[in-house]
Design a protein around this ligand. Structure first.
Ligand SMILES: Cc1cc2nc3c(=O)[nH]c(=O)nc-3n(C[C@H](O)[C@H](O)[C@H](O)COP(=O)(O)OP(=O)(O)OC[C@H]3O[C@@H](n4cnc5c(N)ncnc54)[C@H](O)[C@@H]3O)c2cc1C
Length: 404
């Protein structure tokens, strides 16, 4: 049978990596995912397996001990992993964003200090922009850093850190209005933000003097992976832990990270949608009504046709966005479109698979129940649908400027 979501033009190395990951997903993730998710249990054994496969260093350059692979390879691996369990892709995603930001913007000393241990999965990354009062509007960040000798003192509260408890390195975006009057800082909020590389012990409670991770947020889905708050109360960070060594660049560094993160969320949408299709198409051939398998009713066949078309379209857009970034070109338009389309289609495909399951889709015994609770997260993470449409719309007006 021809499988959905094939990718043309992959190298032998890419094909080998993907087949290894797919095998791992089928054997080590799918059989245990739903049970672990219902218990909200951290998948330590799976994470250890991913470490062994080298997935934490997939895109980290070889000189720092990684595999030096492309964004496309990474996104295709994420798609496979999310097909098994979306939470596992969440465990590597923030790590990947922080490693990417270090690779692109870190000082030589910061790269040498963090990247080899990140490639081995011994240091794991989280990134933190959101606060209790803001998510979409990053320019409204209120957490603040003030210089004190060779250190900065950070105060404020952060919200929604994926891997906030299990990580040992958090890239935190705060205001640092150095060199700006309060009026200038208010007028140009993007230019007065800085990313700090904050090292900490994994775990909960006071994980470093001045830094508290209160506990896990109880979520409707996307369980297993920890999502937390982060409280900075007089947290002292050395000046050499400013990402790139210069203050005022944090907003742009974070947006660069989020842009590749969007391809990643699109890939997750593709993976979850593929799994929902697989579950729907299997169930439709097993369940009989009115004397035949429900797959033989045209209404159900049409549903399957729509689902498969959406899986193919989302995959194609995700691959296009990843390839554009790999070619060194700006990809914000393509990444925004891919993230928007893949997350919306994912929600629709999951809902159709749920409907195909009839009443059993509502039972916790069926995997689709988990997918139904997971898909909505993709509508929100790395920028909501409205934010993607704002990015897409702005770029379209740049490209199609009226010349009259
Ligand atoms: C499980 C989970 C994990 C997360 N992990 C992380 C993480 O690791 N790090 C991190 O920093 N953040 C993380 N987030 C936060 C996430 O990025 C934000 O939730 C998201 O950006 C939306 O922000 P918000 O929740 O504050 O919604 P708001 O910004 O308050 O938006 C509320 C609604 O208003 C809409 N809206 C907002 N502004 C506009 C506008 N100008 N025009 C039209 N509509 C608008 C939005 O689309 C949305 O529908 C996570 C969130 C969740 C749920």
């Amino acid at each position: 049978m021809a499988r959905l979501a094939q990718t043309a033009g992959l190298t032998d190395v890419q094909q080998e990596i993907l087949s290894t990951v797919r095998d791992f997903v089928d054997k080590e993730i799918i059989p245990v995912a739903t049970e672990l998710e219902h218990r909200d249990e951290y998948p330590q054994q799976i994470v250890d397996g991913l470490k062994e496969l080298g997935l934490f260093g997939l895109m980290i350059p070889e000189e720092y001990g990684g595999l030096g692979e492309s964004l496309l390879t990474y996104a295709l691996c994420v798609e496979e992993i999310a097909r098994g369990w979306m939470s596992v892709s969440g465990i590597i995603n923030t790590h990947f964003i922080v490693a990417y930001m270090l690779k692109q913007h870190g000082t030589q000393e910061q790269k040498e200090h963090f990247l080899p241990r990140m490639a081995a999965g011994d240091i794991r990354g989280a990134f933190s922009m959101s606060e209790p009062g803001l998510g979409s509007d990053v320019s409204a960040i209120t957490s603040k850093a003030v210089k004190d000798g060779d250190e900065y003192v950070l105060n404020g509260q952060k919200m929604w850190l994926t891997n906030g408890g299990t990580s040992s390195l958090v890239a935190v975006l705060v205001r640092s209005d150095e060199g700006h009057s309060p009026e200038e800082a208010a007028a140009k909020p993007h230019k007065s933000m800085t990313t700090f590389l904050v090292e900490k012990e994994p775990g909960f409670g006071e994980v470093r003097p001045g830094l508290t991770i209160p506990g896990k947020i109880d979520k409707m889905g996307y369980k297993g992976v920890d999502t937390t708050e982060l409280i900075m109360d007089g947290l002292r960070v050395p000046a050499d832990r400013v990402l790139g060594g210069v203050t005022g660049r944090g907003f742009y560094q974070m947006m660069d990270g989020v842009e590749v993160g969007r391809v990643n969320v699109a890939a997750r949408g593709c993976g979850v949608a593929q799994r929902a299709f697989e579950l729907g198409v299997q169930y439709a051939q097993q369940r009989h009504t009115f004397g035949k398998p429900i797959a033989q009713h045209q209404a159900i066949q049409f549903k399957l046709a729509e689902m498969a078309t959406k899986v193919e379209a989302a995959h194609a857009m995700m691959v296009n966005a990843a390839r554009k970034k790999d070619s060194g070109e700006r990809n914000d338009l393509e990444a925004g479109m891919a993230k928007y389309l893949a997350s919306e289609y994912c929600k629709e495909v999951v809902e159709d698979a749920f409907r195909i399951h009839g009443g059993y889709g509502f039972s916790k015994e069926y995997e689709i129940e988990r997918l139904y609770r997971e898909a909505p997260m993709l509508l929100i993470g790395e920028g909501t649908a409205e934010i993607q449409k704002m990015i897409i719309g702005r770029r379209l007006l740049e490209e199609y400027r009226f010349q009259g």
